[in-house]
Ligand binder design. Structure first.
Ligand SMILES: NC(=O)c1ccc[n+]([C@@H]2O[C@H](COP(=O)([O-])OP(=O)(O)OC[C@H]3O[C@@H](n4cnc5c(N)ncnc54)[C@H](OP(=O)(O)O)[C@@H]3O)[C@@H](O)[C@H]2O)c1
Length: 165
């Protein structure tokens, strides 16, 4: 991973690994959103186009957003840039090496990043119950990673997983 950019994953899933339902989060948790907002604000967020369309405008403010889309998309705001492939992303990400970069999902993009060993550490919230969903986190891909608990809350636990590579 020596020449690789340092990218932190940050996502949340339920007990079964569900991360989304009907292009929304399956749960309604201000507390978890606040953790996400506080951790990512003023930093770089990397996401897939479906996640981009699901986010409220204020979630994208005060941070640089890099959005994966194979469809040609025109930059609509100064803080939003589109990339159409992993190769294009890797040539761009060096421009942000002085900032903290967060890969925030969804399922297609987390699979892409984990399959290409691009995540250094993963901050993963696990809700304590199931909510049902139509997109899932690939929990099996973190099986060999060590982890610590960052904090425990009434509805969820926040873990930090470390890439063994
Ligand atoms: N719980 C969480 O932490 C969390 C976090 C994020 C999202 N979510 C949820 O996850 C769901 C969305 O996830 P998703 O898997 O459906 O979509 P996604 O990963 O957010 O975005 C998928 C899109 O990314 C683009 N893409 C994928 N691979 C690409 C590649 N190799 N190169 C260029 N572009 C690529 C394509 O966009 P085009 O179609 O434009 O080509 C594709 O449709 C929603 O329900 C959302 O609420 C949950």
């Amino acid at each position: 991973m020596s020449n690789r950019p340092i990218i932190t994953g940050i996502m949340a899933c339920d007990l079964m690994g569900a991360i989304g339902k009907n292009n929304k989060l399956p749960w309604n948790s201000e507390e978890e959103l606040e953790h996400f907002r506080k951790t990512t604000i003023d930093n770089v967020m990397i996401m897939g186009y479906q996640t981009f369309t699901s986010m409220p405008e204020r979630a994208l403010e005060n941070r640089q957003n890099i959005v994966f889309s194979r469809t040609a998309r025109i930059q609509i705001k100064e803080n939003i840039v589109f990339v159409s492939s992993l190769q294009e992303f890797l040539s761009l990400i060096n421009d942000y090496k002085d900032q903290k970069c967060f890969m925030i999902g969804g399922a297609q993009i987390v699979n892409l990043f984990l399959a290409n060993n691009l995540i250094t550490e993963f901050i993963l919230t696990k809700f304590k119950r199931t909510y049902g969903g139509d997109v899932f986190f690939p929990l099996h891909l973190l099986e060999n990673w060590s982890y610590i608990i960052i904090s425990e809350h009434t509805d969820f636990i926040i873990y930090k997983y470390l890439n063994p590579g």
